[in-house]
Design a protein around this ligand. Structure first.
Ligand code: MG
Length: 367
């Protein structure tokens, strides 16, 4: 089988809540997502989506996805999409870095491999390990009482795990964490995610002031070394996210006892091939994961669901149903949340079909 064309679409994904805010005053109101369709000489199509969390979160941005695809596409025409190792070697030889631009190519090729073999991706990624996966809800950064009310509303919808967006003024964040923990049941999980937003002295104050609470601390500071410094000052369970950007940093974190949970974002690490490798390394070392992405709609949510469904439940700390945050559907057959959980489709590949009207006219086509 050969890749004959790569078509690129841009879609706007407005938020139901109107705005998503996180550390350092960052926010997004309409996400800019890129959808890729790979055509083959067999007639099979593969699809994928990549949606950075704005331009200030990771070294990735929406127009960078499309610029990267323009660089990569000429090298990919004629390649066998079912040879995932070769597809990734070709991409890595053609463009240094930029894993987020390579991710939608890798994922779309996995979609084709699934369709060519008649298997859902969760089967190809290791086999079904659970029937459905537990979800967390991210709580956009606002005043403490507003965040507490939103947590109560999402708990009523069936969520039991919450990720609080902190990483702002330390005094305000201490109040956010105490106020929201107080409205939760003892069995509910609360993660205070600073998204790199604190300096060490601020993080040290926060972990000291919440030390009596049942709370996880996620990515307090910008660098691995700063996070490790805070990790060594607190007994609270510790999550790393932004600094774990590939197998190398994951191995370093495992060897350094730097975290209890890893946040594995598929596009951050270059697609499902490397995400699967990292998932397997985490399972091998007893490290649970939140399996998710930077952001996205129906197609990203499907990719998350397949990787999570093929991960044992005890290592799936949580996953994300990004398609429930937005107002626009871009694919049929995508996972839908039921009582705080979702499952991956049993159909071949990702098991989704893009909605042509939602994608609109292509912004680029390479053949
Ligand atoms: Mg995070």
């Amino acid at each position: 089988m050969k890749i004959t064309a790569i078509t690129v679409y841009q879609v706007d994904l407005p938020l139901k809540e109107g705005r998503y805010s996180w550390s350092n005053g960052n926010f997004v109101e309409v996400f800019d997502s890129t959808v890729v369709e790979i055509e083959t000489d067999s007639g099979l199509l593969g699809h994928a989506e990549c949606c950075p969390l704005g331009s200030a979160y990771l070294p990735s941005f929406a127009r960078g996805v499309r610029a990267g695809l323009a660089e990569l596409a000429p090298h990919l025409i004629g390649q066998d999409p079912c040879n995932l190792g070769q597809v990734n070697r070709v991409m890595d030889a053609a463009l240094r870095g930029h894993p987020y631009a390579k991710a939608p190519i890798d994922i779309a090729c996995w979609d084709i491999l699934g369709k060519a073999t008649g298997q859902p991706l969760y089967t190809l990624l290791g086999g079904a390990a659970q029937d459905d996966v537990v979800l967390y809800r991210a709580i956009s950064q606002e005043a403490p009482d507003i965040m507490a009310r939103k947590i109560e509303a999402y708990a009523a919808e069936g969520y039991s795990k919450f990720q609080l967006k902190v990483g702002a003024d330390a005094n305000d964040d201490i109040e956010r964490i105490h106020t929201t923990r107080a409205v939760l049941k003892p069995s509910d999980l609360l993660v205070a995610d600073a998204n790199t937003g604190w300096t060490r002295h601020e993080a040290a104050r926060v972990v000291g002031a919440i030390s009596s609470l049942d709370v996880y601390v996620e990515q307090p500071c910008l660098t691995y070394e700063e996070c490790l410094s805070i990790r060594r000052r607190t007994a609270l369970p510790f999550v790393l996210d932004e600094v774990i950007d590939g197998p190398g940093t994951l191995v370093r974190g495992i060897a350094g006892d730097a975290m209890d949970v890893v946040n594995l974002k598929i596009s951050k690490v270059g697609g499902l091939s490397r995400a699967r490798l990292m998932r397997d390394l985490c399972v091998e070392h007893g490290l649970p994961m939140t399996i998710e992405d930077t952001w996205g709609g129906d197609i990203t949510t499907a990719a998350i669901a397949h990787l999570a469904r093929s991960t044992p439940a005890e290592f799936t700390f949580s996953a994300t149903d990004f398609n429930s945050y937005g107002t626009v559907d871009i694919a049929e057959g995508a996972p839908r949340r039921v009582q705080g959980r979702m499952t991956a489709p049993d159909r071949p590949g990702l098991g989704i079909t893009p909605i042509a009207d939602a994608l609109g006219a292509p912004v680029a086509r390479y053949s």
